[in-house]
Design a binder for this molecule. Structure first.
Ligand code: IPM
Ligand code: MG
Length: 356
């Protein structure tokens, strides 16, 4: 039996710029195919215009009522936003999605990093086949606090610019709890189930505070193993022994940087899925940019977006208490696994294996 269509979840869809359009269309086609197989109702879409192209045309970065509509949906799906040629007067790019993260409290930026067989692999060590980890990027504060809402940075003429790094107790507590619960769930699924606090607590008071709250939360999860790493050492470890990590929790900017590094280990940004989850809202997007140079040419790897779509189905399943949505998400995950195992999925990145 299908959900009556009035019960169908509503998804706010922001295709955005460049390949954001390509990968969103690919994802929605896959999501619909999977839902059809499970017999669940297809979602209802609310398409919202936003991004650099929209800004260039209208002077706004999102439709006037776009944020309200996004908040009224059960989930948001975003392709990619930004064009290097379109910028604010202060030199920054158009990034309304940072504001969405801020407005809807999407603190938990979940960025899974998994090696698939036959997918492009950058490390020669055979243990790289065992990479299966998650970067949990705090996504509303940290060094992105002043970037989250355009105009928040403290610009003092042409002489000095100050960005603020914010670590607040409520957000950080929620983030660390999310990390430990995630590790518990992963352990139940046969994964390592360990949390690593990635910080720079040796230098910054804000980071020492981040770690202090980590310790407080860790004490309430005695069954979950935890350790620590400074972010610079973590960058080294991600190249040297990434297979030893499971859940890594960190500040916003550190997560932004290390999620690209980690994506690179397993084939590139075309593999970098992302879910940004808050207590009442969630946004799903590939972690890559808009790559306008390859848009519309059937070259973009849609897997990051498709895997983000699978995470969205999982989220919707819980939110709407509709198990067939989770089944459809699992179907997509299994199809990607099988596609790689059979060497039937060859993303464009595979051809860069030897590099230019
Ligand atoms: C990401 C992206 C965005 C970010 C950009 C496009 C604003 O790099 O999702 O990682 O910095 O968060
Ligand atoms: Mg990034």
């Amino acid at each position: 039996m299908s959900l009556p269509s009035s019960d169908a979840p509503k998804i706010a869809v922001i295709r955005g710029d460049g390949i954001g359009v390509d990968v969103t269309n690919a994802t929605l086609a896959i999501v619909e195919a999977a839902l059809t197989q499970t017999g669940a109702a297809l979602p209802v879409y609310d398409n919202i215009d936003a991004g650099a192209g929209y800004y260039a045309k209208t002077g706004r970065d999102i439709e006037p009522d776009g944020e309200t509509r996004a908040g009224a949906a059960d989930a948001m799906f975003l392709g990619a936003i930004g064009l290097p040629s379109v910028r604010h007067e202060d030199g920054t790019e158009i990034s309304p999605h940072l504001r969405l993260r801020d407005r809807f409290g999407l603190y938990a930026g979940l960025r899974p990093v998994k090696a698939y067989p036959n997918a492009p692999q950058r490390l020669a060590d055979p243990r790289a086949a065992n990479i299966d980890m998650v970067i949990l990027r705090e996504s509303t504060e940290g060094l992105f606090y002043s970037a989250a809402v355009h105009g928040r940075a403290d610009i003092r003429g042409d002489e000095e610019v100050r960005d603020t790094l914010l670590v607040s107790r409520p957000t950080t507590e929620r983030l660390h709890k999310f990390a430990f619960k995630l590790a518990q769930r992963r352990k139940a699924r046969g994964k390592k189930g360990k949390v690593t606090c990635v910080d720079k607590a040796n230098v910054f008071a804000s980071m020492a505070f981040f770690r202090k709250i980590f310790d407080e939360v860790a004490a309430t999860f005695p069954d979950v193993e935890h350790d620590y790493n400074y972010v610079d050492a973590q960058a080294l470890c991600l190249v040297r022994n990434p297979w030893d990590y499971d859940v890594m929790v960190m500040e916003n900017m550190f997560g932004d940087i290390l999620s690209d590094l980690a994506g690179g280990l397993v084939g590139g940004m075309g593999m970098a899925a992302c879910a940004e989850i808050g207590d009442a809202h969630a946004l799903f997007q590939p972690a890559h940019g808009s790559a306008p140079d390859i848009m519309g040419q059937d070259k973009a790897n849609p897997l990051a977006a498709i895997l983000s779509g699978a995470m969205m189905l999982d989220y919707l399943s819980e939110r709407r208490n509709e198990p067939r949505y989770a089944q459809a998400g699992a179907l997509i995950d299994r199809a990607v696994d099988a596609g790689f195992a059979q060497n039937a999925l060859r993303p464009m990145e595979a051809t860069w294996e030897r590099g230019p």
